[in-house]
Ligand binder design. Structure first.
Ligand SMILES: [Zn+2]
Length: 249
């Protein structure tokens, strides 16, 4: 993995670096200079993690993404400061290439190694999935929601499985799944375009269990791990409908 830490280096040297292309996508939020020591320490830890990271339970990952290790070897990671909350880890494309971006202030300096590895795996999985299924901007609301739930579902489910290989789909999981499914169903019925945009944001932001799109996709896939290859090959089209039909009967 290539690491670009030029924004962090500039910040640590007391310079402001807001010309980077990521601040054309996301408004620059001047980082507090009091975070320098923490950022310096976290930057060293994250670099170490990135260079040594390899998933332990990679059976499903390799089934879906036979090129996973090649993609991991070539992907670029940008370490930065200066994004607004809640942006801590994400994938963005620039000039036809995808980049994993971590904001070292927004991640928080108390983040542990297993969380960093989880975030890293989650973002690499997005890059892998986007190679087969690229996102499109100018498509109808339902297509956007299908893509979001599919993309986040796979990245969440596989990264989760890596850390909790003994996961059992129990009544608490079912309760959380049904709660997010209700929200998803409400969103799918929305016809007002402004509210549709709000739903697309809500589907993947805020408190963990409130990210109804991500949770719905994740739980559905964890529930159907035995069919995960088939579901992946069917692609994002009508994924939400598939979730609703399979669950509601
Ligand atoms: Zn994600």
């Amino acid at each position: 993995m290539n690491i670009d830490d030029s924004i962090v280096q500039a910040y640590l040297a007391g310079r402001i670096c807001k010309d980077h292309w990521i601040f054309n996508l996301h408004a620059f939020n001047e980082p507090d200079s009091r975070n320098r020591q923490d950022v310096e320490k976290l930057s060293a830890r994250i670099k170490e993690n990135i260079l040594s990271f390899t998933p332990q339970k990679d059976k499903e990952i390799k089934l879906l993404f036979p090129d996973f290790y090649e993609i991991r070897a070539h992907v670029s990671v940008i370490l930065c400061v200066g994004l607004h909350q809640p942006y801590d880890a994400m994938v963005r494309s620039y000039n036809g290439r995808e980049f994993i971006i971590f904001d070292l202030i927004n991640i928080g300096n108390d983040v542990d190694t297993s969380t960093i590895n989880g975030l890293l795996l989650h973002e690499i999985l997005h890059v892998c999935l986007h190679e087969k299924y690229a996102s499109e901007d100018n498509v109808p609301f339902l297509d956007k929601m299908d893509y979001l739930v599919f993309d986040e579902g796979f990245a969440h489910a596989l990264a989760y499985f890596e850390h909790f290989p003994n996961f059992k789909y129990d009544s608490l999981a079912e309760e959380r799944y049904l709660k997010s499914l209700e929200m998803l169903e409400r969103a799918l019925l929305e016809t007002n375009s402004e509210k549709q945009e709000e739903y697309l944001v809500m589907a993947n932001t805020g408190n963990y269990w409130d990210k109804f799109g991500s949770i719905c996709g994740k739980m559905y896939l964890l529930k159907n791990m035995d069919k995960i290859v088939e579901i992946y090959n069917d692609g994002p089209r009508n994924f939400c409908k598939r979730i609703c039909n399979d669950t509601r009967g």
